[in-house]
Design a protein around this ligand. Structure first.
Ligand SMILES: *[C@@H]1O[C@H](CO)[C@@H](O)[C@H](O)[C@H]1NC(C)=O
Ligand SMILES: *[C@@H]1O[C@H](CO)[C@@H](O)[C@H](O)[C@H]1NC(C)=O
Length: 175
C-alpha cells in the first residue's frame, strides 16, 4: 500500500493522491444511495448515447489525464443534480440528499489529487451538456430524471474501473 502511494505521488507530481485508494469505497457508498433513493432503475434508452468510447480512449492516456478525466466526469455528474427541478422525481428526499452530499465529497476529495490545470476534455463536456439538456427539454420530467439516474450509475461504475486500473498500474510499475 505504501509503495502504491509513493508511485502515485511521483505520477501526479507535486500532489500525493493517497485518497485514491479509498475512492472505490466512497463511490460504492454513493452508488448504494443512488440505488436506494428510488425504485428499480429504468430500462429506457437514454437519448444521449453513453460515451463508452471516451472511457476506452482515456485508458491509454497518462495517469494525470486520467485523473483529470475523473474529475471532469464527477463535475459533470454533480452538475446534473444541481438542476432547478430536482423536485419532480418520486425519489426519497433524505436519501437523495445523502447521495448528493456523497457525490460532492467524492468530487472534492478527488480535487486534491488533480493538478489545478484546467484541461477540459471537450468531448466529455459536450456529452454532459447534451445530457443536461434532456432535463431542460422536459422541464425535469420524472422519466428524464430516471434516465439521468441510470446514466449516473453507469458512469460511477466506469469511473471505478478506471480508478482500479490506475491503482493496478501504479502497483505493477513498482514491481
Ligand atoms: C465495491 O462494490 C463492489 C460490488 O458491489 C465490490 O466488488 C467491491 O469490492 C467494492 N469495493 C470497495 C472498495 O468497497
Ligand atoms: C419543474 O417541474 C414542474 C413539474 O414537472 C414544472 O411545472 C415546472 O415548470 C418545472 N420548472 C422548471 C424551471 O423547469
Amino acid at each position: 500500500m505504501i509503495r502504491c502511494t509513493i508511485i502515485l505521488c511521483a505520477l501526479t507530481s507535486a500532489l500525493c493522491c493517497d485518497w485514491l485508494r479509498h475512492y472505490n469505497h466512497y463511490s460504492n457508498v454513493t452508488l448504494t444511495l443512488l440505488r436506494q433513493m428510488g425504485g428499480q432503475l429504468t430500462e429506457d434508452e437514454s437519448p444521449v448515447s453513453f460515451p463508452f468510447k471516451l472511457y476506452t480512449q482515456v485508458r491509454h492516456r497518462k495517469v494525470e489525464s486520467q485523473l483529470i478525466f475523473i474529475k471532469n466526469s464527477l463535475l459533470g455528474i454533480s452538475d446534473l443534480y444541481r438542476h432547478d427541478n430536482l423536485s419532480s422525481p418520486t425519489w426519497d428526499t433524505k436519501v437523495t440528499h445523502h447521495f448528493q452530499v456523497n457525490l460532492h465529497r467524492l468530487k472534492e476529495e478527488l480535487n486534491t489529487c488533480v493538478p489545478t490545470s484546467k484541461q477540459l476534455n471537450r468531448r466529455l463536456t459536450r456529452y454532459y451538456t447534451r445530457l443536461r439538456r434532456t432535463l431542460d427539454r422536459t422541464g425535469g420530467s420524472i422519466a428524464s430524471w430516471e434516465l439521468i439516474r441510470k446514466e449516473t450509475e453507469l458512469h460511477l461504475h466506469q469511473l471505478q474501473l478506471l480508478v482500479t486500473s490506475i491503482l493496478n498500474s501504479a502497483a505493477s510499475r513498482r514491481r
